[in-house]
Design a protein around this ligand. Structure first.
Ligand code: ADP
Ligand code: MG
Length: 569
């Protein structure tokens, strides 16, 4: 039992230690928050004695008709005034307490979210391959929320309880020692039971959330593949499966609701028991002449003030447990270091000489050796066509050249300098890369093409759309360059997407240009058109064209033919 209390304050600190700098950053707000908690509790406890005094006074009047009416009214008025006044003060401070502590927790949440997101962007591609998108999203949403619950309500209620307990104990002990003990004993038991119930609620709500996200995934999947579903006449089948999933969700939600119902039942039951105990003990002591009716009234008030915070301890410790688990997941993530780091921040120009010197690369997650001892040299302004079967490592060359991955052995030299020693940010500004799989953002065509540069003008976007031979398709759309693409936009053909990606890479006017099979979805005529249009762009930079077509390869100054590496068993 004792552990529960200790746990909720200290034990979770292990993984939550990471938050200390954030607490420090917002220390002023938190400091005021604690002061407001003290003030609010002081006023709500301070008024209690006046209830007892008033009750005693009324009793005196009833017992003994000699007490002067004016005295009675004056005292009633003063005591009433004090009770109302302190209630207002307590409420005001409670408001300020939320305004400081909850605000601080929201600010820390904001800091955390940004920090995690920034870290995501720094991670290397191989980390992304090892984690799912859902996992990444969870770190940002669910886990951060769990941590915020600890930061805000979690900490607030714990501090509140400690302060409240101290102030109340002082007043209660001053009033009556025996009654104090009777009031206090059952409360820790209450918080322990609530702690147990909260843990069960947490576990069940996790199960329910899982069931809910299974529904979302299922619905998303069946809508994305709606054409296939209709074509195969599978609507009934999908509907049935959906029904099963919804039923599962309902079962879990009802199960949770049942446990949640216990939460308040227990609290109300314990309040009842405590009231009976106070009534019994108080009554006994009253008849023995040890205390007054007013004191009994005071204790009824004290117990009602204490019961909520004590119930909250149980809830808070389960919240903190969750936060600790979330925090350690986040920490695990933040500890992953990117293998690709920039160490050079100089400003210089890039000419575009490219050299691979004995480069080998093995994918760490699969152990597939994609490149083995590859060497070639390409002077600035020249073009190189790379040919080879699928799986021969062509795309790997493109990734290495963009420094999305680093070679295991050998080195890549740009302008005679190891790529690892270049200013990565500057270098990436000077390369244009058209990936094998065209990816467009859910945005307008104009923004997708202009994405590559800082301040794209419409004229520039159009110029490069023309070069990529996609302008004629774009103007056929109703909203032309403002047409939305991606999930909520028009369906583009593979070839249209590829050409938009080409325009996006060319608009940068790069020194090094890499086409990774970027013309594969185009017919020979369109391909010829594009290559014709961008002849000057290609001549003005070093270009590497990965292709399957002899005809396009022949345009290049050199051709590199990769043969697949024999895999030893
Ligand atoms: P190409 O572009 O010539 O088709 P790739 O460079 O894409 O070839 O791939 C070379 C080899 O590396 C293939 O055997 C492929 O299966 C493997 N490979 C490619 N990408 C990855 C990856 N992300 N993780 C593990 N293995 C990969
Ligand atoms: Mg490829």
């Amino acid at each position: 039992l004792f552990q529960t209390y200790i746990f909720c304050i200290f034990a979770t600190m292990n993984s939550l230690k990471t938050l200390n700098p954030y607490f420090w950053k917002h220390r002023v707000l938190l400091f005021w928050g604690i002061l407001f908690i003290i003030a609010s509790n002081f006023f709500s406890i301070y008024q209690v004695q006046f209830v007892g005094k008033t009750v005693d006074l009324i009793k005196d009047v009833l017992d003994d008709h000699n007490v002067k009416k004016e005295v009675l009214f004056r005292t009633l008025l003063i005591n009433g005034g004090i009770i109302v006044g302190t209630s207002i003060l307590s409420g005001v401070f409670r408001f300020m307490m939320r305004q400081t502590i909850i605000v601080a927790s929201r600010r820390i949440e904001y800091d955390l979210k940004n920090k995690i997101y920034k870290h995501y962007q720094e991670l290397s591609l191989s980390t992304y391959k090892n984690t799912t998108v859902g996992d990444l999203l969870n770190r940002l949403s669910e886990d951060v929320v769990a941590i915020r619950m600890y930061l805000g309500p979690g900490i607030m209620y714990v501090i509140n309880l400690i302060i409240l307990l101290i102030i109340t104990c002082v007043y209660m002990l001053m009033t009556n020692v025996e009654m104090t003990i009777w009031t206090l004993i059952p409360l820790p038991i209450l918080s322990f039971i609530i702690y147990k119930v909260s843990s069960i609620i947490n576990r069940k709500s996790k199960v329910m959330q899982k069931s809910q996200s299974a529904i979302s995934t299922f619905v998303q999947d069946s809508f994305s593949g709606i054409r296939v579903v209709k074509f195969f006449n599978k609507e009934k089948y999908i509907e049935k499966n959906y029904g099963i999933k919804v039923k599962d969700y309902q079962d879990k939600a009802l199960d949770l609701a049942k446990t949640e119902a216990y939460f308040f039942t227990i609290i109300i039951f314990v309040i009842g028991l405590l009231n009976v105990a106070i009534l019994y003990m108080g009554g006994k002591n009253y008849f023995e002449g040890k205390l007054t009716v007013g004191t009994i009234a005071d204790f009824f008030m004290y117990i009602n003030i204490l019961i909520w915070p004590f119930s909250m301890v149980g809830w808070v410790s389960s919240v903190n447990q969750r936060a600790a688990a979330s925090m350690s997941r986040v920490n695990e993530f933040m500890d992953i270091k990117s293998e690709i780091v920039n160490t050079n921040f100089d400003n210089y120009t890039i000419k575009g000489d490219v050299e691979f010197r004995n480069v080998s690369y093995t994918y760490p997650n699969t152990g597939i050796k994609a490149l083995d001892n590859l060497s070639f040299k390409l002077e600035a302004g020249k073009s190189l066509a790379i040919m080879g079967k699928t799986g021969s490592g062509k795309s790997t060359i493109a990734l290495l050249l963009c420094r999305l991955i680093d070679p295991d052995e050998g080195e890549i030299l740009i302008d005679g300098k190891n790529l690892k020693d270049h200013n990565l940010e500057l270098y990436r500004k000077h390369i244009g890369y058209i990936p094998q799989e065209s990816y467009l953002f859910s945005d307008t065509i104009e923004n997708n093409i202009g994405f590559a540069i800082d301040h794209p003008t419409h004229a520039l976007v159009e110029e490069f759309a023309k070069k990529a031979d996609v302008h004629k398709n774009i103007v056929e759309f109703k909203e032309k360059y403002q047409t939305m693409v991606g999930e909520r936009g028009v369906m583009l053909s593979g070839g249209q997407k590829q050409r938009i990606c080409i325009a996006r890479a060319l608009i940068k006017k790069p020194e090094i240009l890499i086409f990774d099979d970027s013309l594969s979805a185009l017919d020979t005529e369109t391909e010829e058109n594009i290559l014709q249009n961008i002849e000057n762009d290609i001549k003005s930079c070093t270009s590497i064209i990965i292709t399957h077509r002899e005809s396009s390869a022949k345009r290049a100054d050199y051709i590199l033919n990769l043969t697949e590496i024999e895999v030893e068993n």
